[in-house]
Write a protein that binds this ligand. Structure first.
Ligand code: FDP
Length: 340
C-alpha cells in the first residue's frame, strides 16, 4: 500500500522551533548584494571579506589582551603624536597583511604610518583605515574599534599612485564602516545602499546579519563631548552644550569614537569633537576617521559636519588632516549648527 504524505503535518525546516534560524552570514550577504556595487566585479566584495577576516584576528587579540603581555605602549609614537599601543601596531599589521594578500588594494592609508603603503599596483581600490581607534581605552578594557573607508582609485591600474587617488572627498567613498570590539563584536558597513550591522559569533567564527537596514533616529537625547575641554571650546559650542543641559539631555562620553558613534547610531544622539584652543582644527582625522563615519551616518539618515560644512564635501589636502566633527542624529546636528 502506498502511503500518502500529509504536507500540513510535515515540519518546515525554515520554521522549525527545534533550531532557531541564525540568519545570513556576512559572506553570504556580501555576495547576494554584490550587484548593487557600481563595479560589480567581485573585488570590492573580496575586500570587505578581507577586512572581516582581519577584524576576527584583531578581535581574538583584543579578547586575550589581558592575558598575555601585549598590552601597554610599544615605546614609539604614531603620526598623530599618540603613544602607539602594542595592540595598535598589531592591528595595523593584521589589516595591512590581509589587504595585501587580497590584492584588491593599491594603496593603504593608516593612522599608524606617516605615508601611504603601496600594496598591489594592479589593485583598483584605495583604503584608509584606523586599525584600532580609542587607543587610550585599550589598557582599561573599554570598547575600541576599527574604522575603514574605501575609494576607487582614479589613476589607471598598474600606473604609479597619484595624489588624486589618495586625497579623495568623502563623498567619493564606495564603501565604509567600522568594527566595534565591545560587549559583542560588530561589523557595520555601507556600500552606499543603506547600512547593515553584523554581530560576530565567536564559537562559529562568523559574522551574522543582526541589524539589517540600520536607521539613526532623527532626534535623540544624548550628547557626547569631552566637557573637560569646555574652557577651550568656542562660544557657540559652549552655548550648544548649555542648550543640551537646558533640554535635560544625558551626557555620555566613552572617549572611544566608534563606541560613542555606535551608541548614538542605535539610540539617537550627537557626538562632537570641536575645534579647541589646543587643537584649532579639531583632533580627529578626516581621511580615516570622520569620512567613514560620516558616510555611515548619512546612509542611516544621520548627518555629519565640521560645524558648518558637510564632512563628505571637504577636499583633503593631506593624509593626516584633522577636522572638527559633529555627527549623529540629523536634527541634533542641525541644531548644533544653528549656534555657529
Ligand atoms: P584616542 O585618542 O584614545 O585614540 O580617535 C581618537 C580618539 O581616541 C577617539 O576615539 C575619541 O573619541 C577621542 O580621541 C578622545 O579624545 P579626548 O581624550 O581628547 O576626548
Amino acid at each position: 500500500m502506498q502511503r500518502s504524505i500529509n504536507k500540513a503535518n510535515t515540519p518546515s525546516i525554515e520554521t522549525s522551533r527545534i533550531a532557531q534560524p541564525i540568519g545570513s552570514t556576512l559572506d553570504r550577504f556580501i555576495k547576494s548584494n554584490q550587484d548593487q556595487f557600481a563595479y560589480a566585479s567581485g573585488e570590492l566584495s573580496q575586500l570587505l571579506r578581507d577586512i572581516a577576516l582581519a577584524s576576527k584576528v584583531v578581535n581574538r587579540e583584543v579578547n586575550k589582551a589581558g592575558l598575555i603581555d601585549i598590552m601597554g605602549a610599544v615605546g614609539s609614537q604614531n603620526m598623530a603624536g599618540d603613544d602607539q599601543q602594542k595592540l595598535d601596531v598589531l592591528a595595523n599589521i593584521r589589516f595591512t597583511r590581509a589587504l595585501a594578500k587580497g590584492g584588491e588594494v593599491c594603496a593603504l592609508v593608516s593612522e599608524e604610518a606617516d605615508t601611504f603603503a603601496d600594496l598591489n599596483n594592479e589593485g583598483k581600490y584605495v583604503i584608509a583605515i584606523d586599525p584600532l581607534d580609542g587607543s587610550s581605552n585599550i589598557d582599561v578594557n573599554v570598547s575600541i574599534g576599527t574604522i575603514f573607508s574605501i575609494y576607487r582609485r582614479k589613476s589607471p591600474a598598474g600606473t604609479p599612485i597619484q595624489q588624486e587617488d589618495i586625497l579623495q572627498r568623502g563623498a567619493d567613498q564606495v564603501a565604509a564602516g567600522y568594527v566595534l570590539y565591545g560587549s559583542s563584536t560588530m561589523m557595520v558597513y555601507t556600500t552606499g545602499h543603506g547600512v547593515n550591522g553584523f554581530t560576530y559569533e565567536p564559537t562559529l567564527g562568523e559574522y551574522f546579519l543582526s541589524h539589517p537596514d540600520m536607521r539613526m533616529p532623527a532626534d535623540g537625547k544624548v550628547y557626547s563631548i569631552n566637557e573637560g575641554s569646555a574652557n577651550s571650546f568656542a562660544q557657540p559650542v559652549k552655548e550648544y552644550v548649555q542648550y543640551c543641559k537646558d533640554q535635560k539631555y544625558t551626557a555620555r562620553y566613552i572617549g572611544s569614537l566608534v563606541a560613542d558613534f555606535h551608541r548614538n547610531m542605535l539610540k539617537g544622539g550627537i557626538y562632537i569633537y570641536p575645534a579647541t584652543a589646543k587643537d584649532p582644527n579639531g583632533k580627529l582625522r578626516l581621511i580615516y576617521e570622520c569620512n567613514a563615519l560620516a558616510f555611515v551616518a548619512e546612509q542611516a539618515g544621520g548627518k555629519a559636519t565640521n560645524g558648518s560644512m558637510r564632512i563628505l564635501d571637504i577636499v583633503p589636502e593631506s593624509l593626516h588632516q584633522r577636522t572638527a566633527f559633529y555627527v549623529g542624529s540629523k536634527n541634533m546636528v542641525d541644531k548644533s549648527g544653528s549656534f555657529a
